[in-house]
Design a protein around this ligand. Structure first.
Ligand SMILES: Nc1ncnc2c1ncn2[C@@H]1O[C@H](COP(=O)(O)OP(=O)(O)OP(=O)(O)O)[C@@H](O)[C@H]1O
Ligand SMILES: [Mg+2]
Length: 261
């Protein structure tokens, strides 16, 4: 029997995480079906990055279960597991997704091509030739074929972020995770990155996107989750959560994002 509803590619159940005595995630639940785009919104410090990092096995929750495809990790039980077994489970979870970071996190001393092929070659042990062929084709797709031999500092922020996205795609993950992928970009560079993300959504990629781009969330997301002090206060279709929020705190947050002054 499947541990999560048959439809869900990703299932987050009662996930909690504290740093010292600061409870950062409080029994977070989230169900993401294959092909869905879930936008996560919430104030600074509400736990958005911690949740994404938990999905990617970069952070270890104290309790709760995360199921991604055929991998289910019960974090409550993990503490009692042998360290090697716990590492294996975290690694299995990490393999299901790839993360796109706010500040790109490209290796500064490696070329664009090397940044993109590192994961496929070193982690996934795929043949270099095949990894490079796929990398070129992905770079071409995002208009960066001529930058394969450039170094990150020679690219604009928007180009670096498109490389960050290509690097994630090259891993062929079940799930793409984005942590405020456009918030470090100059306003005129945001559009290209959002357009690429919109194309990926249309292609059927399953995506969890932390973002303050409400228009993107409205038009592309299948669900919007509002995280408030580590809890999912409200989740639902964008028209409901952004247009007719049930909770006063969601309403205030959306209003502040829409009318910042
Ligand atoms: N490694 C850590 N050690 C201690 N506290 C941490 C750690 N990582 C995050 N925190 C704290 O957890 C809380 C949630 O952080 P998180 O980065 O998840 O928030 P966020 O919603 O992504 O915020 P932002 O919108 O500013 O990116 C913050 O108060 C942060 O200071
Ligand atoms: Mg964050």
């Amino acid at each position: 029997m499947s541990p999560s509803p048959a439809k869900s590619l990703l299932s987050v159940s009662a996930v909690s995480k504290a740093f010292g005595d600061h409870q950062v995630l409080r029994a977070v639940d989230l169900e993401v079906a294959r092909g869905e785009v879930v936008a996560i919104i919430g104030a600074s410090g509400s736990g958005k990055t911690t949740l994404l990092r938990s999905l990617n096995g970069l952070e270890t929750p104290d309790a709760g279960v995360i199921t991604a495809g055929d991998v289910a990790v019960d974090f409550g039980a993990l503490a009692a597991a042998k360290p090697s077994a716990a590492d294996r489970q975290r690694a299995a979870l990490r393999d299901k997704s790839a993360m796109v970071f706010q500040h790109y996190h490209l290796f500064p001393h490696r070329t664009v091509l090397q940044n993109v092929t590192e994961g496929p070659i070193v982690v996934q042990k795929r043949p270099r030739e095949e990894a490079e062929r796929e990398a070129y084709s992905l770079l071409k797709r995002v208009g960066l074929a001529d930058k394969a031999d450039a170094y990150p500092h020679q690219l604009s922020g928007g180009q670096q972020q498109r490389v960050g996205i290509v690097r994630a795609l090259a891993l062929k993950p079940a799930l793409l995770l984005f942590d405020e992928p456009t918030s470090a970009l100059d306003p005129e560079l945001v559009g290209d990155v959002l357009l690429l993300m919109r194309d990926l959504a249309a292609e059927g990629w399953t995506m969890v996107v932390v973002t303050h781009e409400l228009q993107f969330a409205r038009e592309v997301a299948t669900q919007v989750a509002f995280l408030d002090a580590g809890s999912v206060l409200e989740v639902g279709p964008p028209a409901q959560v952004l247009g007719e929020p049930r909770e006063e705190r969601t309403r205030q947050f959306v209003r502040r994002l829409t009318h910042p002054m």
